[in-house]
Design a protein around this ligand. Structure first.
Ligand code: NAP
Length: 499
């Protein structure tokens, strides 16, 4: 093999929640011969990359953390970006993962080589690595989506995407346009509104925004969580079941969403005194169809004299600013794109190449799909974390990741027990799983007619799990070898755990 080639037992792509969890579980199983390749300069994945003003999580931190690594010291109910990033950094230290992580190392291509039944991985620094097992932990919301607005490139001021924030960008006193009113925008707007000169918020579709029950966690609570660990466990359970109950509204009784709409209307009423402005922010689709957002300070920020909500369609972007459908040009110094992610196309072309040179994006040309979100036929020994249909609209995705990783570790143990070096999901099993999944999804609130990042260009929901997370947990409890085609090792050393 070429310069810098290194043979390992397992390769992991990405050092966010998924990659760090993979490292912890691999070590726990006694597997030390693995590397986690991370494109960014630090660990944390989405919590390293997203540094925009006001960035925080909308799932309570006591649940949005590893079940086996509780943190009694969360400062707020809903963790801020730095706090979550630091938590993940501490996990890396505590579980001895640092020697296994290569930072600033972007995987350019991972190719399955049938001859030696290994994945060969090439990184941007010109090195190659190889391993029989490849775990992709690149995340579902990792590729920013840039809007297809004519003239976007011609703007002379600064254009920045929320997910690619520049910490040196100073917007103080500037005229700023924010495009989009999703989860990122509703955090950025209240944060920057007091310091920018003028803020023009371009809204295409008003979202449902309900109150955010955030608060500082008291010293007494922290003390209790630290000294009576059972109390923290119970608190986590309470949060889990409270959020799990929300699936009732999304997948069982969509009529329950009316309560969320009532809460959303109440939030508008208490946040905005002006009836004209209120009307502009009332959504026209059922709550839950797009992600329900949480905020107490978004609506009040819209009342400010220097904040202008623009509901006319954007026609084009010029050197100076944004022109709307009525021909009015708004001159600005900076444009902040809060236009989300390519959630239905998280994998770039040329990244994962399976059997017979098949590119994963080609395999997914009519929509992404995987068996239980993790395995794709034609891509032996590749496991996806946060893969197709494992995202959530109602609960903590960390719970899903832990279920996925347990299943993957069971798969590796089964390979060792059975003396097999290859696992490839049976096409029929994968197809039937996804047919049933899509059938269920077609009856959920997410299919009630709105346009959202949950749906791909064919209108299929390829991002969300269609039910309760407890069901996913149950269905991934045990790895089933019968769902896979297997093959004997080319040589003994290719078996997981035989290093
Ligand atoms: P998003 O929810 O997809 O919102 C994108 C926004 O941009 C929408 O308002 C969309 O309008 C608008 N938009 C897109 N293209 C446009 C165009 N050409 N012209 C005008 N408007 C355009 O993206 P996001 O806010 O980055 O959030 C994505 C997901 O990331 C969230 O749902 C959540 O899962 C995660 N996230 C979570 C948090 C948190 O935990 N608090 C924070 C940020 C992100 P339309 O609605 O009309 O399409």
């Amino acid at each position: 093999m070429g310069k810098g080639t290194r043979d390992l037992e397992v390769l992991v792509v990405g050092a966010g929640f998924g990659g760090i969890l993979a490292g912890i579980k691999l070590r726990e199983a006694g597997i030390e011969d693995f590397l986690i390749l991370e494109k960014d300069a630090g660990v944390g994945g989405t919590w390293w990359a997203n540094t925009y003003p006001g960035c925080a999580c909308d799932v309570q931190s006591h649940l949005y953390s590893f079940s086996f690594e509780p943190n009694p010291d969360w400062a707020y109910m809903f963790g801020r970006q730095e706090e979550i990033r630091d938590y993940l950094g501490r996990c890396v230290d505590k579980y001895g993962l640092a020697p296994h992580i290569r930072l600033s190392t972007e995987v350019k291509r991972a190719e399955w080589r049938e001859a030696d039944r290994r994945w060969q991985v090439r990184t941007d620094d010109g090195n190659t690595y190889s391993a029989p097992i490849l775990i992709s932990a690149i995340g579902g919301l990792c590729r920013p989506s840039y809007p297809d607005i004519p003239g976007l490139g011609s703007f002379r001021g600064r254009t920045i995407h929320s997910a690619r924030w520049d910490p040196d960008l100073d917007l103080t006193g500037k005229r700023v346009a924010v495009i989009g009113t999703g989860a990122s925008a509703i955090q950025i707007v209240p944060d920057i509104a007091p310091t920018v000169g003028q803020l023009h918020l371009f809204q295409r579709t008003p979202p449902w925004v309900i109150p955010r029950p955030d608060r500082r966690i008291t010293r007494a609570e922290k003390w209790l969580f630290r000294h009576v660990p059972l109390s923290q466990r119970l608190f986590r359970w309470m949060l889990y079941w409270r959020l799990e109950a929300r699936a009732m509204a999304f997948v069982v009784f969509p009529r329950l969403a009316r309560f969320v709409e009532w809460l959303g209307r109440w939030n508008i009423k208490r946040g905005i005194p002006d009836p004209g402005l209120r009307l502009k922010v009332v959504p026209s689709f059922p709550a839950g169809c797009k992600r329900v957002l949480l905020s107490d300070d978004y609506y009040p920020a819209l009342n400010r004299n220097n904040v202008h909500l623009v509901t006319r369609r954007i026609r084009e972007i010029t050197e100076r600013g944004i022109v709307t459908s009525d021909g009015v040009e708004t001159t600005v110094d900076a444009i902040v794109l809060c236009t989300g992610f390519q959630a239905t196309h998280p994998v770039p072309g040329g990244l994962f190449i399976g059997r017979q040179g098949l590119d994963l994006t080609q395999r997914w040309r009519s929509g992404m799909e995987a068996y239980k979100g993790m395995s794709v036929s034609g891509f032996p020994n590749l496991f996806l974390l946060n893969g197709p249909n494992t995202g959530l609209g109602h609960n903590s995705v960390v719970f899903m990741l832990e279920a996925e990783m347990r299943y993957i570790m069971d798969a590796l143990a089964t390979m060792k027990e059975q003396g097999t070096s290859v696992l490839e999901v049976r096409r029929g099993v994968e197809t039937s799983f996804n047919r049933k999944l899509q059938n269920r999804l077609s009856r959920t609130i997410w299919a009630s007619g709105c346009k959202s990042w949950y749906l791909d260009e064919n209108g299929n929901n390829t991002t969300l799990w269609p039910g309760f997370t407890i069901e996913y947990w149950l269905r991934t409890r045990k790895f089933g070898l019968e769902d896979f085609v297997t093959a004997k090792p080319v040589k003994e050393a290719d078996m997981p755990g035989s290093a």
